[in-house]
Design a binder for this molecule. Structure first.
Ligand code: HEC
Ligand code: HEC
Ligand code: HEC
Ligand code: HEC
Length: 185
């Protein structure tokens, strides 16, 4: 009898852990695309992060793959066919290429290239005004809603020697070139 109780208790504890695990992994953060961020991040008052991104290289990363230079680069590394359709190039030239399709909303497009969520993480759970303000005020933890802190580790997922045109990446300098701060109020 004692053994039976111990067994049942063991099973109950096991089920509890399975339950906790299922609950945790049930939280799925999805990529929603730059247009969803644009509406709140394009005014001068907010720091116009959208406008600043749009002027710079990351927003053109997919377009770049259509250039003559890209075709040359592709050939040099033995990638045949259109670079805009080659996984070997798209992994670093569009947002969330390697991410499972069910974690990407249709509003995320390849055309937007390397967009906000490439560095800040999938936005489905943090995009509401209430959540954004609470995050900014430090009232909720980034990771509970999928927001990622854009550190050097995030950059070097793409800025590394696997890039056929790799230029040495100096984080401190690079991050200044893409700065888009919220103005002090
Ligand atoms: C409904 C409006 C709204 C939307 C949509 C929105 N944001 Fe925000 N976001 C804000 C506000 C408000 C702040 C606080 C800063 C401020 O007052 O400008 C903020 C802050 C942030 C911060 C700074 C957070 C921190 O803790 O420092 C990041 C990063 C950010 N947003 C990225 C995004 C990205 C990426 C998207 C799209 C996936 C997005 N936001 C969509 C309104 C929004
Ligand atoms: C998803 C991949 C990816 C991530 C993550 C990424 N980048 Fe990039 N970055 C690119 C690509 C691709 C280009 C080239 C785009 C083009 O020219 O079409 C680029 C270009 C740049 C450029 C312009 C290069 C130049 O000198 O002309 C700067 C600066 C830069 N990135 C900084 C950063 C920083 C800082 C981070 C991290 C906070 C970062 N990048 C994260 C893919 C990425
Ligand atoms: C490991 C990530 C990565 C892969 C894979 C990658 N790129 Fe890039 N690409 C980058 C980054 C980062 C930059 C910007 C800075 C640099 O060149 O290091 C860039 C820049 C470029 C540029 C602009 C170079 C310039 O001088 O302005 C071209 C063209 C390009 N890539 C084409 C391609 C093609 C074609 C492929 C596929 C055969 C490819 N890339 C694969 C990350 C990558
Ligand atoms: C290539 C990576 C990259 C991309 C793309 C990118 N960001 Fe950022 N973002 C950063 C980095 C790095 C910081 C600085 C983080 C810090 O100061 O700790 C930052 C900071 C921010 C902040 C907070 C500024 C502050 O003063 O606290 C906001 C808001 C923001 N980004 C919104 C956006 C939005 C919206 C987009 C798309 C339109 C975007 N970012 C695209 C890397 C990126």
């Amino acid at each position: 009898m004692k053994r039976f109780i111990a067994l049942m208790l063991g099973i109950a504890i096991l089920l509890m852990f399975v339950g906790i695990y299922a609950q945790d992994s049930g939280k799925e953060f999805k990529y929603i695309g730059v247009k969803k961020c644009k509406m709140c991040h394009k005014s001068k008052k907010s720091g116009n992060q959208f406008g600043l991104w749009q002027e710079k290289a990351h927003s053109k990363a997919y377009e770049t793959l259509a250039s003559e230079q890209s075709k040359k680069v592709a050939k040099e590394v033995g990638v045949t066919g259109d670079p805009q359709q080659a996984a070997e190039c798209l992994v670093c030239h569009v947002t969330a290429y390697d991410v499972a399709a069910e974690l990407k909303e249709k509003t995320l497009t390849m055309e937007e290239g390397v967009s906000c969520e490439s560095c800040h993480g999938p936005g489905s759970e943090y995009k509401s005004m209430k959540t954004m303000k609470a995050l900014y005020a430090g009232e909720i933890k980034d990771e509970t809603v999928g927001l990622v802190e854009p550190t050097e580790e995030v950059c070097v997922q793409c800025h590394n020697e696997k890039s056929p045109t790799y230029k040495p990446f100096v984080y401190e300098e690079a991050v200044k070139k893409i700065a888009h701060p919220v103005p002090e109020k």
